[in-house]
Every structure is written in C-alpha cells, then in structure tokens.
Design a protein around this ligand. Structure first.
Ligand code: NDP
Ligand code: BG6
Length: 495
C-alpha cells in the first residue's frame, strides 16, 4: 500500500512547457498510485491572467496530451486540487497573495503545513524567489512541517555564478531542503548503476583499475537544437550535458561503496570521487577534450543556420573528452565521455571495457584463432533498458576457436511501459524528502570547477566549425582522442 504524502505545491512557471509536459502528468501518476490522495493542493503561478477554471482546463489538456484519459472521476478529482494565481516573481509585495492562498489551501486539504516550492522558470529568478519566499513569510514554520525547494537546471553557467546562486538560496533554505533537479538521476538504468555495482560481488570485485581498461559514457542525440536555440547557443554541449548529466553518471560509476544506502552517504562518496577527478591544466585540457558543431546535409541546415542561432556562432554541439581520476581505484583507467546533437541516433549507454586476459593461450603455438576480445559490460540506459556482457566462448565445432558472445538482459516492453518517468520518481523523492537522486552543492561545485577549465581553454581559441556531418558520431577528432590511447569507442556506427 503506497504511503500518502501531504503537501501544498507552489509551481513558479506553472504555465510553462516543462510544467505542462512533464510535471503535472507526473503528479497525476503519483495520484493514481496513491502517493497523493486527499491531502494535497497545487498552485500554479505565472504572469498570465488565468482563473482556476482556465488553469484546470489546461491541466486536463496536459494530462490528455501525455496519453491519459481525462473523462474519469479520478482525473477530475485530481484536477480539482489545482488552483491558479497570477503573479510576477519580481513583485515582492505580491507574495502576500500567494501566502494567503497557500495558508487557505493548507487548511482546506489538511496538508499539515508541508510546502514544496518548484522553480520551473528561467534561472535568473531563482535567487529572488527563494529570498522572497522567506522574507514574505511563505515558509512553513510548524515544528513538523517541511519546506522543500526544487530547482530546475541550469544551476549557474560557471562556478562563480553557481556559487552566487547557491549563496542566495542558502539564505532562505538549508542544503537538505534544496532539491537540484538532474533528470538523468531519475532514469531507471542510471539508478540501476548502484544496484549493479553494490548488489553483485562479481561486478564490484572487478570494478577497479586492475581489471577495467576504460569506461565509456555516450549520451547521443539525434535531434538538433530545435526551438531551444536562444538557451542552447548561450550554453553549448559542455554546460548543457557534461557539467550535469555526464558528471553525475561518472560520479556514480567512480564512487566508492557508500557506508549505507542513504542520501547523505551516497552524496558523500560521489563528492569524494569528484574531488579526485583531475582538473586539467591548459595543455591537458586542450589535448583531452574536443568539441564539434554540426554542418549541413541534404535538407538539414547546419547549426549556424538553425532558427535563432547567430551565423558566426562558435557554440559547440558536440563534446568528447577523457577524464582521469587520481585515486587508488581508478589511477590509469580513463573514462571517455561524449555527447552531441544531430548524431546518428538517440541513445544513452555506458560501456565498461575490461582488460584482455594477460596471456592468450589459444593463440599459441600455431592457432588460426582470432585474439581474445575484451569483455565489455554495457549498461543500456535508453531507449532500451538493460545490460549486456560480452564474453569469449568456444565456437560450436570440433576445433578450438573462440568467439565473442553476449549475455543480454533487456527490460521487456511491458516492464518498460510501467517504468516511472524520471520526473515522477523525482517528485516522489521530493515528497519523501530523499535527496539521493538530486545534485548536492558540493557535487555541482566540483563539476563546475572541472568544466570551467575546459571552457577557459576553449575560449582562447576560435574553433574550426562546422566540423561534423549530421547523423555521424561527431568529428574525426573524437575518434583520434581515443585512438591515440590505442583504444576505440565500443559503440561505432554500423556495429
Ligand atoms: P517556459 O519558458 O516554457 O516557461 C516559463 C514560465 O515562467 C512560464 O510559466 C512563464 O509564464 C513564467 N514566467 C516568466 N517570467 C515570469 C515572471 N517574471 N513572473 C512569473 N512567471 C514568469 O520554460 P520551461 O518550462 O521550458 O522551463 C522552465 C525551467 O525548466 C527552466 O529552468 C528550464 O531550463 C528547465 N528545463 C526545461 C525543460 C523543458 O523540456 N522545457 C527541460 C529541462 C529543464 P509568463 O511568461 O506568462 O509569466
Ligand atoms: C536536457 C538538455 O537537460 O537533456 C537537452 O538541456 C537535452 O539539451 C536533454 O536534449 C536530453 O535529455 P533526454 O532525457 O532526452 O536524454
């Protein structure tokens, strides 16, 4: 039986794309499962002049657009918990209206004073909102009532701006009240990294530089920048994907076993891992990271001719890099990462490449056998979820040759359909007060310090863009980066 959670939600940016497309449908799933029942209310705010009825009609559409039936009593009961208040976040005096509404709904739904403030709008407002929530008395002050602040990405655009933002938030909220969203941490197979590692002796006992040759993390996107150019062109792939999603995945792969499966213990280990990540000097940053920008093909415009992109943009739409940890577990075992837009396909995967056997006895003395291949453990994150382990086995014949075979586990279609969306999990975690799958400030700050150094070096040089063909796996430099180390990407086009 699911535990019912109680809270009044206040969504800033309550009429925005993210709220309608992801957040409200996720709340509905929590309602259908019984995590939310009677004791909750949702207030949406923005500058638009709407009333409750119009807002509820928009919620109905949001549920319908995400594939829900909306003519049921269940859907209508859920929607009846939604309220709207127009509000400009820069108008401090107007917070009194929100306070009154929150207090009223708290009493009406007996939410026991619990409050969740979700900032789903442009990041330049995060600091002001957090400050006004406190000074204008919106924070619950009951002994057992909680206040939780959920922050969307991006969290700053470099270490300095992230620190300023964090300092502003910290004036109103303690670290354990702040939930910084990284939706990759809500993905089933990213969460599965911990189960795979710490639930299997077979895996964890080999999870180090003695047995692992290298680890590859690929977040590949098929689409281009679409309609988000005004945001993306100021960000680029390094800030948009590497600083957050990739650094989070890498820290889960690299961390030591936590003392216990709690948010505090897991975060402590991720931070320790990030602290041992080598921050590159200028020369190493230039050698170990490469960038790209997509060109044109057939009807596909190059990045510089996408809507709202300046024709001389030097923003990267692709990044590949080598990360090195200076610690006992990983010294000498590189982590290669890559991500980009307009690549061959949309997928996320982690390939763990083990060292080849030290002696290949099957190659001696005059065997025609092909050399033993490296064992590879692949974690398929999306679109299909599962694992694959490549081993060497004997071929099925009278001679003695070996061939690589794969042990595959793919989550079946029904299970995949029933898998909660990242935002549903993350909202549930916020209701529970579990910070495991959110980025803590120390993690964010170490990730920025690493990424800032790459950015600094790149900003010194004009890149030769465009430099990769749409639907490829990025520029030639990404191949050279790994080939230089006598290695290759496990996922290649046509394999
Ligand atoms: P939108 O631009 O769609 O929505 C912005 C919202 O903020 C609208 O409701 C807008 O309403 C409101 N708003 C803007 N200015 C003010 C103001 N001064 N006072 C009150 N409300 C205001 O943004 P998204 O929903 O796309 O993004 C929201 C956040 O989520 C951003 O931080 C983004 O980076 C992040 N995000 C979004 C993703 C997505 O898929 N959309 C994915 C990952 C992260 P109005 O203008 O009427 O006031
Ligand atoms: C977002 C980035 O954080 O992640 C987008 O801002 C990117 O640019 C998206 O497209 C990818 O997420 P997913 O879940 O589709 O892999």
């Amino acid at each position: 039986m699911p535990t019912e959670r109680k809270a009044v939600f206040l969504f800033f940016g309550g009429t925005g794309d993210l709220a309608y497309r992801k957040l409200y449908p996720s709340l509905f799933n929590l309602y259908r499962k019984g995590n939310l029942r009677s004791h909750f209310a949702v207030i949406g705010t923005s500058r638009a002049k709407l009333d409750d009825d119009k807002f509820r009609a928009a919620i109905k559409k949001s549920l319908a657009d995400s594939g829900n039936r909306t003519d049921s009593k269940e859907a209508n009961d859920f929607i009846s918990h939604f309220y709207y208040q127009d509000h400009d976040v820069t108008d401090t005096a107007h917070y009194a209206v929100l306070k009154e509404l929150m207090d009223k709904l708290d009493k009406k739904y007996k939410a026991e004073g619990h409050r969740i403030f979700y900032l789903s709008m442009a990041p330049q407002f995060f600091g002001t909102i957090a400050q006004d929530l406190k000074t204008q008395g919106l924070l619950a002050d009951g002994k057992d009532a909680f206040n939780r602040l959920v922050i969307e990405k991006p969290f700053g655009r470099d270490y300095d701006s992230a620190k300023l933002l964090n300092d502003a938030l910290s004036k109103s909220f303690d670290e354990n009240q702040i939930f910084r969203i990284d939706h990759y941490l809500g993905k089933e197979m990213i969460q599965n990294i911990e189960a795979l590692r710490f639930g299997n002796t077979l895996v964890e006992s080999l999870w180090n530089n003695r047995y692992i040759d290298n680890i590859q993390v690929t977040l590949s996107e098929k689409l281009g920048v679409e309609e988000r150019a005004s945001y993306y062109d100021n960000s680029g792939a390094l800030r948009d994907m590497v600083q957050n999603h990739i650094m989070q995945i890498v820290s889960l792969l690299a961390m030591e076993q936590p003392v216990a499966f709690t948010d505090t213990d897991i975060r402590a280990e991720k931070v320790k891992a990030l602290r041992s990540l080598r921050v590159y000097n200028v020369a190493d940053a230039a050698t170990n990271f490469v960038r790209g920008q997509y060109g044109s093909i057939n009807d596909q415009a190059d990045y510089r001719h996408e809507d709202n992109v300046p024709h001389d943009s030097t923003t990267e739409t692709f990044v590949a890099g080598k990360l090195l940890f200076d610690n006992y577990r990983w010294s000498g075992t590189p982590f290669y990462i890559r991500t980009g837009k307009m690549l061959a396909d949309k997928f996320t995967r982690v390939d763990v490449v083990f060292k080849r056997p030290l002696v290949d006895i099957f190659a001696f003395p005059q065997s025609q056998n092909t050399p033993l291949t490296a064992n590879v453990l692949t974690i398929f994150v999306e679109p299909h979820a599962g694992f694959s382990l490549q081993l060497n086995a004997k071929t099925n014949d009278t001679g003695f040759s070996t061939e690589p075979i794969k042990l595959d586990y793919l989550v079946d279609a029904q299970k995949s359909k029933d898998t909660p969306e990242p935002y549903e999990r993350l909202l549930h975690d916020v209701l529970k007060g579990d910070g495991t799958n959110f980025s803590s400030w120390p993690e964010v700050s170490y990730a920025w310090k690493f990424v800032d150094q790459i950015r600094r070096v790149w900003d010194l040089q004009e890149p030769q863009f465009p430099n990769y063909t749409p639907h490829s796996m990025g520029p030639a430099a990404a191949e050279e980066l790994i080939q230089r180390d006598h290695r290759e990407w496990v996922y290649r086009l046509n394999n």
